[in-house]
Design a protein around this ligand. Structure first.
Ligand SMILES: Cc1ncc(COP(=O)(O)O)c(C=O)c1O
Length: 391
């Protein structure tokens, strides 16, 4: 067995986790099978009783999914990864695996809209309550921690406002109060940021985004220690069933192979577009960590190896102007997904964050004039030309 930790990031992205079958295939094999057969009744009994290793059923383990899990674990620097059917399934499974009724979560206000709904409407039914705090305000994190707080949850940079927090500081805070820190690393991916190396306990992904990179499949992942991820969270997957399909795992494996290359180009295009948008009269404000005007520009340079492919900006004229701009684009796709080679344009207030109350939206800084762009890999001059910014 090769110890992939001895190799560089790009080598691991291309090769870690692969186990060839007796057919000696070069590209990873897909195993589209629900169950696995045993050589004898005795072997079946031994594997079911955990006395012998082996696959039983693809809800528990599948070789293609395992290859994806091992590759992503290696890239994030974690002992264990569990792949899930979607990013939301990863967040839900993490909460169900690590928490019980009566526990409390402290989460950033600036997290994905469905995560807010999951924490407030769904987990609250199981008596798991959440206090939301300002991502950047470290005092508010500490003030919100209660005796029953078990988990701190954040996204950095946040979607869609690209706010950051120092992961190492929040991790220290979490551990001071015997809590765990989970970081949704969907926007940066391990190509730009490695939360576990900064002290986080769990890394969560929507693989649907940059890991796929071409907007094809839904998937998610949880990375962390064998103790947390391999036991408590895997138990939820095994019996709860939010597992990743082998075909999707194969697509994500191929995505990981080009992840770093794509991320660098996404970052380059987004950086150019953000600087250009800042010069446009019709634009009130641009949110991108690679701009010197970004309040956490210095933290972004320290914590991330590049600034990311997502940016948001406020157009003058509120929702009417934002919708007019989106409707006038010819290349950009009006769709809520992000992390695709194709540039996508979204109005968060009426889509991804539309289920939040106006107060929750205002509190999270999602204004009616806000437009989010996931900058793709098209020619940057074509993208600029596609944005008809009218004052
Ligand atoms: C930051 C972030 N986390 C999680 C999710 C949820 O992922 P999925 O759509 O794969 O369930 C999303 C989806 O947009 C996201 O942007």
């Amino acid at each position: 067995m090769i110890d992939w930790n001895e190799f560089g990031f790009d080598t691991r992205a291309v090769r870690a986790g692969q186990v060839r079958t007796q057919e000696d295939e070069h590209s990873e094999a897909i195993f589209p099978t629900s169950s696995f057969v045993f050589k004898s009744a005795a072997e079946a009994a031994a594997i079911f009783a955990h006395k012998q290793e082996g696959n039983i059923y693809s809800r528990f383990t599948n070789p293609t999914v395992r290859t994806f899990e091992e590759r992503l674990a290696s890239l994030e620097g974690g002992e264990r990864c569990i792949a899930t059917a979607s990013g939301m399934a990863a967040i839900f499974s993490t909460c169900l695996g690590l928490l019980k009724a009566g526990d409390h979560i402290v989460a950033s206000k600036s997290i994905f809209g469905s995560t807010v709904i999951l924490l407030t409407n769904i987990l609250a039914k199981f008596d798991i309550k959440t206090t939301f705090v300002d991502l950047e305000n470290l005092d508010s994190w500490e003030a919100a921690i209660q005796d029953n707080t078990k988990l701190l949850f954040l996204e950095t940079p946040s979607n869609p406002l690209m706010a950051l927090v120092d992961i190492s500081v929040v991790a220290e805070l979490a551990h001071k109060y015997n809590c765990l820190l989970a970081v949704d690393n969907c926007l940066c991916t391990p190509a730009l940021q490695k939360p576990l190396s900064l002290g986080a306990d769990i890394v969560i992904h929507s693989a649907t985004k940059y890991i796929d990179g071409q907007g094809r499949c839904l998937g998610g992942a949880i990375v962390g220690s064998e103790e947390l991820v391999g036991k408590d969270i895997f138990a939820v997957l095994r019996s709860g069933g939010p597992s990743m399909s082998p075909f999707n795992a194969w697509v994500f494996l191929k995505g990981l192979e080009t992840l770093n290359l794509r991320m660098q180009k996404h970052c380059e295009n987004a950086n150019i577009l953000a600087h250009w948008l800042e010069q446009q009269e019709a634009v009130e404000r641009v949110y991108y960590p690679g701009l010197a005007s970004h309040p956490q520009y210095e933290l972004a340079k320290k914590q991330q190896s590049n600034f990311g492919g997502l940016l948001s900006f406020e157009v003058k004229g509120g929702q009417v102007a934002a919708w007019r701009l989106m409707d006038s684009t010819k290349i950009m796709s009006i769709t809520a997904n992000l992390g695709d080679t194709k540039t996508t344009i979204t109005h968060p207030a009426s889509t991804t964050h539309g289920r939040l109350t106006p107060e929750q939206r205002a509190d999270s800084g999602i204004s009616d004039g806000l437009v989010r762009i996931s900058v793709g890999l098209e020619d940057i001059e074509d993208l600029k030309a596609d944005l008809k910014l009218i004052v």
